[in-house]
Design a protein around this ligand. Sequence first.
Ligand code: RAM
Length: 359
Amino acid sequence: MSQPMRALRLGMIATAVAAVLATAACGGTTRGSAEDAPAPGRATGQADPDAPLVEGLDVAFLPKQVNNPYFTVSDNGGKSAVEEFKGSYKEVGPSEASASSQVSYINTLSQQGTDVIVTSANDPNAICGALTSARQAGAKVVTFDSDTKPECRDVFVNQATGEGIAKTQVDLISEQIGGEGKIAILSATPNATNQNAWIELMRAELAKPEHSRIELVTVAYGNDEDQKSFQETQGLLRSYPDLKGIVSPTTVGVAAAARYLSTSEYKGKVALTGLGTPNQMREFVKDGTVRSFALWKPADLGYLAAYAGAALASGRITGAEGEKFEAGRLGEYTVGADGVVVLGPPTVFDQGNIDEFRF
Ligand code: RAM
């Protein structure tokens, strides 16, 4: 909603409150209050599944970092959803994925009266204060891709279950190293909620009897920076000359690791898998550096997150378990426990299917 419209709404509420106070002062019946006269299109604590989607919502996407092709694709998916429900879209964000780099952007969006903030959190705690203030100022907050603590947002749109993402990657690396040997993880930033959750779940997966001959020797952090991820890969191979494989659960990390391996003596000898975009990984699958890797459709993730935000801002859902909402061409979704909505299972990409995907 534009600032003048928000001002108008606030004005309407102020008028209603003033009228109530005036009536009360005169000893008349006190009907109506700020709660009873909410701004149109705002959730009132009770979901109304039949409420129309409000038009003209201001929706802002705030990714972990703006110069990451993964977020360019996901945020563009969000943009197409916002166009469908006739809102206005913008993307803002830091160039590096450090813990507190998103705080100032959230404060600015809040001051601008943004209706819906859709963000992938660089840290589960660091942006909580800013998000709480934004929500108090009337914004609905959807996290997608990487969550905050649940109490700091309304809904989290998860790309797939954490267990599914962890199992897929462990199965892929196990298959590629013949079920045996030393592996390392090359992650994003040490604070990333999503990668840290997946790493814990991968450890649990690796602890199962079927993976007892695989040893996870270390976790390195490339901070979702191409150069640092490249150097960390080099470092891993120097420190562990008998390393059999690397799992990199980040699109930035896996692409940088593939680039390093592709021109090194380890090409085709040290396995690499993880989460990557087909466009960034295509050449490395074709030249034999990488056999297979996984991901979901980032555009669908952004699209679903935008629709979740519109459903919240229109009062159709509040983020409570069991509520349902329509997400355009993706159909109906249900809010699960802790306000989590799951997009769907990840896809595995290899020589056989990679050319069917262009993102
Ligand atoms: C990077 C980011 C993002 C993650 C993907 C797989 O682009 O860390 O949060 O979901 O990788």
